[in-house]
Design a protein around this ligand. Structure first.
Ligand code: AMP
Length: 217
Protein backbone atom coordinates (compact mmCIF):
# COMPACT_ATOMS: atom_id res chain seq x y z
CA UNK A 1 0.00 0.00 0.00
CA UNK A 2 1.33 3.46 -0.83
CA UNK A 3 1.16 6.54 1.38
CA UNK A 4 -2.00 8.59 1.09
CA UNK A 5 -0.98 12.26 0.91
CA UNK A 6 -3.20 14.78 2.66
CA UNK A 7 -2.86 18.58 2.44
CA UNK A 8 -4.24 20.69 5.28
CA UNK A 9 -4.46 24.48 5.49
CA UNK A 10 -2.36 26.36 8.03
CA UNK A 11 -4.09 28.90 10.23
CA UNK A 12 -7.72 29.04 11.23
CA UNK A 13 -8.71 25.82 9.42
CA UNK A 14 -5.96 23.66 10.93
CA UNK A 15 -7.41 22.65 14.29
CA UNK A 16 -10.81 21.51 12.99
CA UNK A 17 -9.21 19.83 9.98
CA UNK A 18 -7.01 17.76 12.30
CA UNK A 19 -10.00 16.82 14.45
CA UNK A 20 -11.83 15.47 11.38
CA UNK A 21 -8.93 13.19 10.47
CA UNK A 22 -8.49 12.11 14.10
CA UNK A 23 -12.18 11.18 14.17
CA UNK A 24 -11.49 9.01 11.10
CA UNK A 25 -8.77 7.18 13.07
CA UNK A 26 -5.73 9.01 11.69
CA UNK A 27 -2.93 10.34 13.86
CA UNK A 28 -2.02 13.87 12.81
CA UNK A 29 -2.40 15.85 16.04
CA UNK A 30 1.33 16.54 15.98
CA UNK A 31 0.99 18.84 12.96
CA UNK A 32 -0.19 21.93 14.83
CA UNK A 33 0.12 25.55 13.75
CA UNK A 34 2.87 26.03 16.31
CA UNK A 35 4.99 23.25 14.86
CA UNK A 36 7.69 24.03 12.30
CA UNK A 37 7.39 20.57 10.89
CA UNK A 38 5.70 20.70 7.50
CA UNK A 39 5.08 17.01 7.10
CA UNK A 40 4.19 14.20 9.48
CA UNK A 41 3.69 10.52 8.84
CA UNK A 42 1.05 8.27 10.29
CA UNK A 43 2.77 4.98 9.53
CA UNK A 44 0.04 2.84 10.99
CA UNK A 45 -2.47 4.23 8.49
CA UNK A 46 0.07 4.77 5.70
CA UNK A 47 -0.78 8.46 5.51
CA UNK A 48 1.31 11.58 5.23
CA UNK A 49 -0.01 14.99 6.26
CA UNK A 50 1.32 18.34 5.16
CA UNK A 51 0.41 21.83 6.24
CA UNK A 52 0.41 24.48 3.49
CA UNK A 53 -0.92 27.98 2.88
CA UNK A 54 -4.72 27.81 2.61
CA UNK A 55 -4.77 29.08 -0.98
CA UNK A 56 -2.29 26.37 -2.02
CA UNK A 57 -4.33 23.35 -0.86
CA UNK A 58 -6.29 23.09 -4.18
CA UNK A 59 -2.99 23.27 -6.14
CA UNK A 60 -1.49 20.30 -4.26
CA UNK A 61 -4.70 18.32 -4.77
CA UNK A 62 -5.10 19.20 -8.47
CA UNK A 63 -1.55 18.09 -9.31
CA UNK A 64 -1.89 14.92 -7.24
CA UNK A 65 0.91 15.87 -4.82
CA UNK A 66 -1.90 15.47 -2.31
CA UNK A 67 -4.63 12.88 -2.87
CA UNK A 68 -7.04 14.89 -0.79
CA UNK A 69 -7.18 17.93 1.43
CA UNK A 70 -9.30 20.37 3.38
CA UNK A 71 -9.62 23.88 1.96
CA UNK A 72 -11.90 26.86 2.37
CA UNK A 73 -14.54 27.19 -0.35
CA UNK A 74 -12.99 30.62 -1.08
CA UNK A 75 -9.67 28.95 -2.02
CA UNK A 76 -11.47 26.29 -4.06
CA UNK A 77 -13.45 28.93 -6.00
CA UNK A 78 -10.45 31.18 -6.54
CA UNK A 79 -8.23 28.33 -7.74
CA UNK A 80 -10.86 27.20 -10.27
CA UNK A 81 -9.14 23.81 -10.49
CA UNK A 82 -10.47 20.49 -11.67
CA UNK A 83 -10.97 18.53 -8.50
CA UNK A 84 -13.78 16.85 -6.64
CA UNK A 85 -15.38 18.83 -3.83
CA UNK A 86 -16.93 15.95 -1.93
CA UNK A 87 -18.12 17.26 1.41
CA UNK A 88 -19.07 20.50 3.15
CA UNK A 89 -17.46 20.25 6.58
CA UNK A 90 -19.54 23.15 7.94
CA UNK A 91 -16.79 24.85 9.92
CA UNK A 92 -15.04 28.20 9.26
CA UNK A 93 -18.34 29.47 7.95
CA UNK A 94 -18.42 32.94 6.51
CA UNK A 95 -19.55 34.75 3.35
CA UNK A 96 -17.85 36.12 0.26
CA UNK A 97 -19.29 39.59 -0.24
CA UNK A 98 -19.00 42.84 -2.11
CA UNK A 99 -18.61 45.65 0.44
CA UNK A 100 -18.12 49.37 0.31
CA UNK A 101 -19.19 52.69 1.84
CA UNK A 102 -22.87 52.86 2.85
CA UNK A 103 -23.48 55.63 0.29
CA UNK A 104 -23.17 52.91 -2.37
CA UNK A 105 -25.92 50.70 -0.88
CA UNK A 106 -28.38 49.87 -3.67
CA UNK A 107 -26.33 51.88 -6.14
CA UNK A 108 -23.70 49.34 -7.16
CA UNK A 109 -24.96 49.44 -10.77
CA UNK A 110 -24.66 53.19 -11.13
CA UNK A 111 -20.90 53.17 -10.77
CA UNK A 112 -19.09 52.49 -14.06
CA UNK A 113 -15.57 51.05 -14.27
CA UNK A 114 -15.43 50.32 -10.58
CA UNK A 115 -12.11 49.56 -8.96
CA UNK A 116 -12.46 46.40 -6.87
CA UNK A 117 -9.80 45.66 -4.26
CA UNK A 118 -9.51 42.00 -3.33
CA UNK A 119 -7.38 39.00 -2.45
CA UNK A 120 -9.70 37.04 -4.77
CA UNK A 121 -9.24 38.43 -8.31
CA UNK A 122 -10.79 35.42 -10.08
CA UNK A 123 -13.90 35.38 -7.87
CA UNK A 124 -14.33 39.17 -8.20
CA UNK A 125 -13.87 39.11 -11.97
CA UNK A 126 -16.30 36.21 -12.43
CA UNK A 127 -18.93 37.89 -10.27
CA UNK A 128 -18.77 41.33 -11.90
CA UNK A 129 -18.15 40.28 -15.49
CA UNK A 130 -20.24 37.11 -15.78
CA UNK A 131 -23.02 37.63 -13.24
CA UNK A 132 -23.46 41.41 -13.35
CA UNK A 133 -22.09 42.05 -16.84
CA UNK A 134 -20.05 44.99 -15.58
CA UNK A 135 -16.48 45.76 -16.50
CA UNK A 136 -14.23 46.48 -13.56
CA UNK A 137 -10.63 47.07 -12.67
CA UNK A 138 -9.20 44.58 -10.20
CA UNK A 139 -6.79 45.90 -7.56
CA UNK A 140 -5.06 42.76 -6.34
CA UNK A 141 -4.05 43.02 -2.66
CA UNK A 142 -2.67 40.46 -0.23
CA UNK A 143 -4.33 41.71 2.96
CA UNK A 144 -6.14 44.52 4.85
CA UNK A 145 -8.46 44.88 1.88
CA UNK A 146 -10.92 46.93 3.98
CA UNK A 147 -8.45 49.81 3.89
CA UNK A 148 -8.67 50.31 0.11
CA UNK A 149 -12.02 52.20 -0.07
CA UNK A 150 -11.01 54.34 2.91
CA UNK A 151 -7.96 55.75 1.17
CA UNK A 152 -9.34 56.00 -2.37
CA UNK A 153 -7.54 52.96 -3.79
CA UNK A 154 -10.84 51.31 -4.80
CA UNK A 155 -14.57 52.00 -4.69
CA UNK A 156 -15.54 48.55 -3.41
CA UNK A 157 -13.97 45.35 -2.08
CA UNK A 158 -14.62 41.64 -2.50
CA UNK A 159 -13.71 39.83 0.70
CA UNK A 160 -14.73 37.36 3.38
CA UNK A 161 -16.96 38.49 6.19
CA UNK A 162 -17.55 36.45 9.32
CA UNK A 163 -19.03 38.57 12.13
CA UNK A 164 -19.04 41.83 10.13
CA UNK A 165 -17.00 43.56 12.84
CA UNK A 166 -14.12 44.49 10.54
CA UNK A 167 -16.49 46.10 8.04
CA UNK A 168 -18.40 47.94 10.79
CA UNK A 169 -15.28 49.25 12.44
CA UNK A 170 -14.21 50.70 9.11
CA UNK A 171 -17.56 52.22 8.17
CA UNK A 172 -18.23 49.74 5.36
CA UNK A 173 -21.41 47.76 4.61
CA UNK A 174 -22.25 44.61 2.64
CA UNK A 175 -23.48 45.65 -0.82
CA UNK A 176 -24.10 42.13 -2.15
CA UNK A 177 -23.47 38.51 -1.17
CA UNK A 178 -21.50 36.39 -3.63
CA UNK A 179 -21.39 32.96 -1.95
CA UNK A 180 -21.59 31.16 1.38
CA UNK A 181 -18.15 29.83 2.40
CA UNK A 182 -17.02 26.97 4.66
CA UNK A 183 -14.34 24.29 4.79
CA UNK A 184 -14.59 21.58 2.13
CA UNK A 185 -13.05 18.14 1.67
CA UNK A 186 -11.49 18.07 -1.79
CA UNK A 187 -10.13 15.06 -3.65
CA UNK A 188 -7.85 14.59 -6.67
CA UNK A 189 -9.78 13.12 -9.61
CA UNK A 190 -7.42 10.20 -10.26
CA UNK A 191 -6.98 9.42 -6.54
CA UNK A 192 -10.76 9.21 -6.16
CA UNK A 193 -10.67 6.20 -8.50
CA UNK A 194 -7.31 4.64 -7.56
CA UNK A 195 -7.67 5.05 -3.79
CA UNK A 196 -11.44 4.90 -3.60
CA UNK A 197 -11.54 2.43 -0.73
CA UNK A 198 -9.45 4.50 1.67
CA UNK A 199 -10.93 7.80 0.55
CA UNK A 200 -14.52 6.56 0.85
CA UNK A 201 -13.79 5.43 4.41
CA UNK A 202 -12.57 8.93 5.22
CA UNK A 203 -15.69 10.47 3.65
CA UNK A 204 -17.89 8.09 5.64
CA UNK A 205 -16.08 8.94 8.90
CA UNK A 206 -16.37 12.68 8.21
CA UNK A 207 -20.11 12.28 7.50
CA UNK A 208 -20.52 10.46 10.83
CA UNK A 209 -18.69 13.24 12.64
CA UNK A 210 -20.94 15.82 10.97
CA UNK A 211 -23.97 13.85 12.14
CA UNK A 212 -22.48 13.68 15.63
CA UNK A 213 -22.02 9.91 15.49
CA UNK A 214 -18.87 7.97 16.33
CA UNK A 215 -17.10 6.25 13.46
CA UNK A 216 -16.35 2.53 13.68
CA UNK A 217 -14.30 1.17 10.78
P1 AMP B 1 -15.12 39.65 10.63
O1 AMP B 1 -14.62 40.94 11.22
O2 AMP B 1 -15.46 38.63 11.67
O3 AMP B 1 -16.28 39.88 9.66
O4 AMP B 1 -13.93 38.99 9.83
C1 AMP B 1 -13.50 39.60 8.66
C2 AMP B 1 -12.03 39.43 8.44
O5 AMP B 1 -11.58 38.12 8.73
C3 AMP B 1 -11.70 39.70 6.99
O6 AMP B 1 -10.48 40.40 6.88
C4 AMP B 1 -11.61 38.31 6.37
O7 AMP B 1 -10.66 38.28 5.31
C5 AMP B 1 -11.22 37.42 7.54
N1 AMP B 1 -11.97 36.14 7.57
C6 AMP B 1 -13.21 35.96 8.07
N2 AMP B 1 -13.60 34.69 7.97
C7 AMP B 1 -12.58 34.02 7.39
C8 AMP B 1 -12.36 32.66 7.02
N3 AMP B 1 -13.26 31.70 7.23
N4 AMP B 1 -11.18 32.36 6.43
C9 AMP B 1 -10.24 33.30 6.22
N5 AMP B 1 -10.40 34.60 6.55
C10 AMP B 1 -11.54 34.97 7.13
Amino acid sequence: MRYLNIALAKGRLAENSISFFEAAGYKCGEITNASRKLIIEDNENMARFFLVKPADVPTYVDYGAADLGIAGKDSVMEAGRRLYEVLDLKFARCKMVVAGPKELAGKLDSLNNKRVATKYPAIARDYFENKRRESIEIIDLSGSVELAPLVGLAEVIVDLVETGNTLRENGLVILDEIAPISARLIVNRVSMKMESERINKIIEAFRKKLEGKAYRP
